[in-house]
Design a protein. Structure first.
Length: 416
């Protein structure tokens, strides 16, 4: 065992005290340390992916024993690797962008830099651990770890009514996580295991362990919890304000990396353990996704605040991801996971562009006051143009190919 995956999540954990202590000397430049340490996790994941490709199964797994949950495992395969690399890359780049941006927000207080980057690294640990997890309880623990540092990052360095906004974000996502936990606990109790592979094997060997009615209820509970995370219509109240009022580097990380993890979890957990029950409910989910897509797009069109526009656009993109999953086809699911990557890169670019504009023009976010910026900031304007093309699914961009795949999945499902 080479310990690549445990290393990928231990590095962010060790980084927490490292960046906190180094901030007393480095101040805002602590962000470069955080970025360099994140590169180590990225390199470990690349190496794990290379190891996975050398196996016939295409899977690289590390397993450890931990008595409270049984087997504590970490896995890289064709499903998780692109998501992991996207998260690790965005964490690395956004840490670098945080250096100039947070200098404006924090000033000269070294302790505040230490706190910011400590929470930032803990946040990255939660995201990576969630995608790597092979045990349902392990998944839930990392899922909650994502929530806590992001709550404090918004509450401490956000804008506007950041206390209320961060609390609403915490309550919404925590309630969703608790509903998800109900589904996890019922699954573990009835199958006798919380290890994902063991649960699947136990149900395949003895389908009567969980009745069809209970399966539908569990899928409903799990999906409700995950739909809060991916901000589907009616469960989205936390998203617009959280994205708009979070410090812009955290807005970029929320939009590009964290929110879409709920879509990954639907594939990894719900569709893998309860495929028939998910398929039964998939027409409802497809309709829900369409409402989310159109509502998010419509709300984005009437925004003047550029961060709020990107927030509603992110909500719409999560609708695309759910729609692809709801097609219950290989094309649709592949398109949804590709859409995660497409949205992450486009939104990462666009939020960094917005942050650059806010740095240059003292926090300006009103699009009605941004006329003529292309002449003053040509490189930033070019980046915004590229990000916008990818977001709209312009042919030859990654956004086009991901949306083509997921809608092809919808066509196949509708005509089958």
């Amino acid at each position: 065992m080479t310990f690549l995956l445990i290393g990928a999540i231990v590095v962010p954990l060790i980084s927490v005290p490292v960046v906190f202590l180094s901030s007393s000397l480095l101040k805002e430049k602590t962000g470069y340390v955080a970025s360099a340490l994140s590169l180590i996790s990225l390199a470990a994941l690349v190496a794990a992916g290379a190891s996975a490709s050398s196996y016939l199964s295409g899977v690289y797994t590390e397993s450890y024993s931990w008595s409270p949950i049984g087997t504590f495992g970490l896995r890289v395969d064709n499903l998780s690797l692109p998501i992991l690399l996207t998260i690790a890359l965005m964490v690395t780049l956004i840490a670098m962008f945080s250096v100039p941006y947070m200098r404006q927000r924090i000033g000269d207080d070294p302790r505040r830099y230490g706190l910011y980057y400590s929470l930032y690294m803990l946040y990255s640990l939660g995201m990576l651990g969630t995608v790597l997890a092979t045990n349902l309880i392990e998944f839930y623990l990392f899922f909650e770890i994502m929530l806590v540092p992001s709550f404090f990052l918004i509450a401490e360095w956000g804008y506007g009514e950041r206390d209320k906004i961060s609390l609403a974000y915490f309550i919404w996502t925590h309630v969703g996580a608790l509903v998800l936990l109900v589904g996890i606990l019922v699954t573990g109790f009835l199958t006798g295991s919380t290890d994902m592979d063991s649960v699947v094997n136990n149900l395949a060997t003895n389908p009567s362990l969980i009745s069809s009615t209970v399966r539908l209820a569990v899928v409903g509970a799990m999906c409700f919890g995950l739909f809060v995370k991916i901000a589907q219509f009616g469960l989205h109240a936390w998203l617009p304000s959280a994205y708009a009022e979070a410090p812009t580097p955290i807005s970029a990380l929320l939009s590009s990396a964290m929110t879409g993890i709920g879509g990954y979890a639907i594939v990894r957990i719900v569709m893998t353990i309860y495929p028939s029950a998910f398929q039964t409910l998939s027409p409802i989910f497809a309709g829900w996704a369409l409402v989310t897509m159109f509502y998010g797009s419509a709300m984005a069109l009437v925004q003047d605040d550029v961060k709020r526009l990107l927030a509603y656009s992110s909500m719409s993109q999560m609708g695309y991801i759910l729609f692809g999953l709801a097609t219950f086809t290989s094309f649709g699911v592949s398109g949804s996971m590709f859409q995660y990557i497409s949205n992450a890169t486009a939104k990462g670019i666009l939020f960094i562009v917005v942050g650059a504009i806010m740095l240059q023009f003292r926090g300006e976010r009103s699009m009605s006051k941004m006329g003529g910026l292309a002449g003053k900031m040509p490189i930033t304007a070019t980046a915004a143009f590229i990000g916008s093309l990818a977001l709209m699914g312009f042919p030859t961009t990654n956004g086009f190919f991901s949306e083509f795949l997921l809608f092809q999945g919808g066509f196949i499902r509708a005509t089958s």
